[in-house]
Design a binder for this molecule. Structure first.
Ligand code: WQD
Length: 346
């Protein structure tokens, strides 16, 4: 089966394509390389020893995007393309509404035109806002608190409306908790530019000596040690969650949301100490003021995905830390395209 993967060059995308190829699917990848590099897809091809089509197209360009549907018999879509920095979305909401929502409208219009009515959509636990209690189940009230989260919520609602208008559609809304780690080969991982937004890439950059000290955003939360608690999930477990969701949308119709988390929360300090014990590298940190909009505690009840998709996360926090560090230490400059590699070698 031919699966169109939008945003396939990204952190989740590369790991999902590896699992798709290993499972015998035929991925077709589209990415505008705004937040990723073609080098990441070359790594996937090296890793799996398989080739696949790659289209360098922006989903905002519906005409160009249509060529993919003209040139390929698409069976289903895994829609990962989008931008995801919360703080950036607050300072530049229009950029987020344009890049996350308009792109999805274009994609769905073409899916409808070419009778492709099966989609796995990359949503986020951010749609829950600040949860009133944990663990979080899918029927919790949805309350996105920032423009990024609101784009994810708006797309979820739009996809539900599409299904209401045409019950032949089959859609899985995957609400990611906190993806960390990397493929065990160390060949693919999270390649964010500049100062990382998220905790684990910050930790690994400190461990690599690229950043001096880890800022810990507040230690007065009502948690085990005062620091924020999150549900960290290995990106390879997240990837297999996409395959299970794909199997479901292929076999049925309807719209369902699924929490993709482990069901286990770890505080910032617990993650730091797990990383230190696994790598033997001390992570200097400094407690700073809380980050506006941060929840104290956020972790999933993943039983719906277990019961309906036959999926659960299998990798523990130790393996997440090992794999994150292997990626960082083996790729200190992330993915280097040929020009960057030549400059580095000069
Ligand atoms: C985790 C914990 C911070 C950095 C965000 C998005 C979410 C998803 C994942 C896209 C929190 C603390 C962090 C640092 C710190 N992205 N922290 N120092 O905020 O749970 O979720 O990323 O889908 O949508 O909202 O992840 O990694 O930023 O923070 O102390 O330098 O680490 O306060 O408690 P978050 P995070």
């Amino acid at each position: 089966m031919v699966i169109l993967v939008t945003g396939g060059a990204g952190f989740i995308g590369t790991h999902t394509i590896v699992e798709l190829l290993n499972a015998g699917y035929k991925p077709v990848v589209v990415d505008n390389f705004l937040n990723s590099k073609p080098a990441s897809l070359q790594r996937v091809q090296e890793l799996t020893k398989r080739n696949f089509k790659i289209y360098n197209i922006d989903l905002l360009n519906e005409t160009k995007l249509e060529t993919i549907f003209l040139e390929n018999q698409i069976d289903a879509v895994i829609h990962l393309a989008g931008i995801k920095a919360v703080a950036e979305s607050v300072s530049n909401p229009l950029w987020y509404y344009q890049n996350n929502i308009l792109t999805t409208v274009n994609l769905c219009r073409l899916m409808k035109k070419y009778h492709v009515k099966k989609m796995v959509f990359s949503s986020s636990a951010t749609v829950y806002g600040i949860p009133k209690k944990v663990p979080i189940t899918e029927d919790y009230p949805l309350d996105a608190l920032n423009p990024y989260g609101r784009t994810k919520l708006a797309i979820e609602l739009m996809l539900r409306d599409i299904y209401q208008s045409d019950p032949e559609w089959s859609i899985a809304l995957l609400r990611y908790f906190n993806p960390i780690g990397a493929h065990k080969s160390g060949k693919i991982g999270e390649d964010s530019k500049g100062i990382p937004n998220n905790l684990m890439p910050f930790i690994t950059r400190v461990a690599a000596g690229k950043l001096e000290v880890l800022p810990i955003f507040g230690d007065h939360y009502p948690t085990v040690d005062g620091t924020g608690v999150r549900d960290y999930i290995h990106v390879s477990d997240l990837a297999t969650g996409h395959l299970k969701a794909l199997e479901k949308v292929i076999q049925s119709t309807g719209v369902d949301a699924y929490n993709l988390g482990t069901g286990q929360g770890y505080s910032v300090l617990e993650l730091v100490s797990a990383f230190e014990s696994v790598t033997g590298i001390r992570i200097p940190y400094q407690i700073t003021s809380p980050r506006p909009g941060d929840a104290a505690i956020c972790y999933a009840d993943p039983s719906k995905a277990k019961n309906e998709l036959g999926w659960r996360a299998e990798r523990e926090i130790k393996e997440m830390c090992e794999d994150s560090w292997r990626w960082q230490s083996q790729n200190p400059d992330g993915y280097l395209d040929d020009e960057e590699l030549n400059n580095l070698l000069e």
